[in-house]
Design a protein around this ligand. Sequence first.
Ligand code: KG4
Ligand code: ZN
Length: 338
Amino acid sequence: MKVLGIETSCDETGIAIYDSDRGLLSHKLHSQVEIHADYGGVVPEIASRDHVRKWVTLTRTCAAEAGIELNQLDAVAYTAGPGLAGALFTGAVAGRALAWQLGIRALGVHHMEGHLLAPMLESPAPAFPFVCLLVSGGHSQLVKVDSVGCYELLGDTLDDAVGEAFDKTAKMLGLGYPGGPALAKAAASGSPERFLFPRPMAKSDDLNFSFSGLKTAAITAFEKTGRDPAAVNDIAAGFEVAAVEALAIKCSKALQQENMKTLVVAGGVAANTKLRSLLKETMQKIDGELYFPRLEFCTDNGAMIAYAGAFRLLAGENSGVEIAVRPRWPLDEMAAPG
Ligand code: KG4
Ligand code: ZN
């Protein structure tokens, strides 16, 4: 089955073609970073308009690179939520219109299920069951994954998601947008020992996260230096190490609690080098297995939507003709495919 994936939930237009027999045939991404940079963050209306402008060209390029005509597609999968309502609608309308024109099925896909399954596009792919750390701009969750669609939420953020905390802290430090990669870059030239920030929730018995206190601690430290530009890299380094250690501590606890040794990490923050190396060390200590998507499939992309969609389309799923999106859509409301 050849599935076209369309991702438009935020500030990236991602298109891909996944073949359930041959694997990923092509994928293309258009980032809107330059368009939103002047505003210091994503402007939803501008994001929607840009998705509308880009998706047709990206789709044509993907088909050409995959060596197929659009009428050889078997189905279309588009992100139906969670995300920005207007941006989601552009992908949903595009996906359903194309499917209607081609006389094929279309399916709305859960964006976080896409992230969670993205490591399956790699070789070797993780085997079920596993614990997944889902870390993005809107989510910091630990999920027990028994199979596709069988998700048990083990822990969640009580306030800011970790990506959101990276973004807000970066903005306050004058590092601009997108904040996560900018803060990580600044941190690479800083000393993590100069500013020692607490590891949030490290001592709590549950598997929840909280990052807003850490964000405030970093901003307060910056104010105390009189907003000294020379302190920025050190504060960034102190913030980054505290954030990733907090994530790693809860990953270890989750694996211990569930008596598991396989950890899967996905979502935009999974692209963070410090997090990747710390989790590698953590998993080596327990002789466990660790899986990440390749860097470009950590952040938003069309490949994960085509892949997650293919799984459910093969099981016979189909969205009704109504064009519906779910800007808020809890992952544990998902069910097994079919
Ligand atoms: O998954 P994603 O592309 O979009 C959402 O679904 O939210 O994740 C974006 C988030 C942003 O908060 C961004 O700052 C963060 O992932 N991010 C990073 C890095 N790359 C992206 N955070 C820390 N270090 C990075 N290298
Ligand atoms: Zn995402």
